[in-house]
Design a protein around this ligand. Structure first.
Ligand code: TRP
Length: 450
């Protein structure tokens, strides 16, 4: 019999999942990374490939990863171990969990530095110094930040400390509540910026850059970057969504919840792109300027709006919130593993993982100044960590999730977990053949193996 309280619990747990998963998905990847990657990789064609990757690879894998989490209900390493046991497969599958723990750790090391930049911009917008700022001054302000290791050091430290404090207390109710305001807040700010962009001279040019595909402008590597960005932005391939999958009670539709999260994530990325490129073209800036793109364009827009300082502060505060809800997802698998498997207290696990992640992050801080001349395979330290994680480790993690869900887990198990009706066969075909093959082909061809 249906009981009112039971139904209510179901609903709030589904909401908890959607909030936690969107908190993890929506972050610097959408607001900072997506626009500059689209700018560097030729615009429309990159966006088209990205959307295709989200739909054909990202969503099926997101469904699979969430399902593994709900079935396993432990940290990613133990989940893989016990699910492999359940399916009578070898214990080697738990290395997939390992790979995830490591990727999250590596990503957070640079994520924290960039989140530190957005905290610096909260102060800069607040000082009023950015009002009516010219494109040249905006570029200079950003360059000054990039070449100042000590300032980045401070804010990287502050951000990492804040993240670890939250994680050490257990993923807190407070933060979940903050997410409820943050998401709509971020959405409203982006719409406001889009409104501004619409009235600017560069709107037409910005839109055609972003949405008119010119496929001659992309190559194997940009397809790999688009696919890596789909993994990164959705937060896939490292076990974060696996952990969140355990929030889900048995009867909630995994496919519906994940499709909702993936759509919200994609919408936020596109809204950010629509806000930024018109400013780029109206001010005769280069779309290829890289990681500084949002920091050199958005202050120009805020500088010209009435009440722009206030909106600017608010915007970067929201970016900070979006970043921190992703950061806790990035480190949670490592902390869960240290505290559950190595019998460390949660505080100690946070301290050690936070400290080592922070140390590694210094490499990113210095890659923009002191070490900018040091490159490996033509990439500086930040670019190397980014390439290795987003474009290699997450896709490999994704292939493993797909292979496990499609080939190792028994059909009856996934069919019962997913309850997708006739759509199940479509998902199963995609997860068995389309996703792993597509990911493998793109990765291998971009790194030059085939
Ligand atoms: N998706 C986040 C962003 O776009 C980053 C992130 C959070 C992530 N959790 C993840 C990336 C797990 C890869 C895997 O900013």
């Amino acid at each position: 019999m249906t009981d009112q309280r039971f139904l209510h619990n179901q609903w709030s747990s589904r909401l908890a999942f959607v909030l936690a998963a969107s908190g993890s998905a929506i972050g610097l990847g959408n607001i900072w990374k997506f626009p500059y990657l689209a700018g560097e990789n030729g615009g429309g064609a990159f966006v088209a490939v990205y959307l295709l990757c989200v739909a054909a690879i990202g969503i099926p894998i997101m469904i699979a990863e969430t399902m593994l989490g709900r079935r396993g209900r432990q940290n990613p390493i133990n989940t893989m171990l016990s699910l492999a046991q359940e399916a009578k497969a070898g214990p080697a599958w738990h290395y997939a969990g390992w790979l995830g723990v490591l990727s999250g750790f590596l990503i957070l090391s640079y994520y924290s530095v960039i989140a530190g930049w957005s905290m610096v911009y909260i102060l800069k917008m607040n000082s009023g110094y950015m009002s009516h700022i010219s494109a040249e001054t905006a570029a200079r302000v950003f360059d000054d930040l990039k070449s100042a290791p000590e300032i980045q050091f401070i804010w990287h430290t502050v951000f990492m400390a804040a993240t670890m404090l939250i994680v050490s207390r257990g993923v807190s109710g407070g933060l979940e509540r903050a997410t409820r305001f943050m998401m709509p807040g971020l959405f409203i700010m982006l719409i406001l910026l889009d409104g501004y962009a619409m009235s600017s001279d560069g709107f037409g040019q910005g839109m055609s850059f972003l949405f008119k595909p010119d496929f001659s402008r992309i190559n194997g590597e940009s397809v790999l970057v688009a696919m890596g960005q789909a993994f990164f932005s959705l937060g896939l391939g490292m076990g974060a969504i696996m952990i969140y999958g355990s929030y889900l009670p048995d009867h909630v539709s995994i496919s519906r919840s994940t499709i909702f999260v993936a759509s919200a994530d994609t919408l936020v990325a596109l809204l950010a792109g629509v806000a930024i490129f018109p400013i780029v073209f109206a001010n005769h800036l280069e779309p290829t300027m890289g990681p500084g793109l949002i920091f050199q364009t958005l202050p120009i827009a805020f500088g010209q709006m009435p009440g722009g300082s206030l909106f600017g502060v608010l915007f970067f505060v929201l970016v900070f919130f979006a970043a921190i809800t992703s950061a806790i997802a990035l480190i949670e698998p490592a902390v869960a593993w240290l505290s559950e498997n190595q019998a460390m207290s949660r505080e100690k696990a946070c301290l050690w993982s936070g400290l080592s992640c922070w140390l590694l992050g210094l490499g990113t801080v210095f890659s923009f100044n002191l070490w900018s001349g040091n490159t490996w395979f033509g990439k500086n330290f930040f670019e190397l960590v980014d390439f290795l994680t987003a474009n290699i480790m997450l896709p490999v993690g994704g292939i493993l999730v797909a292979l496990f869900a499609g080939w190792i887990m028994r059909r009856e198990t996934s069919e019962t977990e997913l309850e997708m009706g006739s759509a199940y066969n479509y998902w199963r075909f995609t997860i068995r053949y389309v996703s792993p093959l597509a990911v493998a082909l793109v990765t291998l061809s971009a790194v030059g193996v085939i």
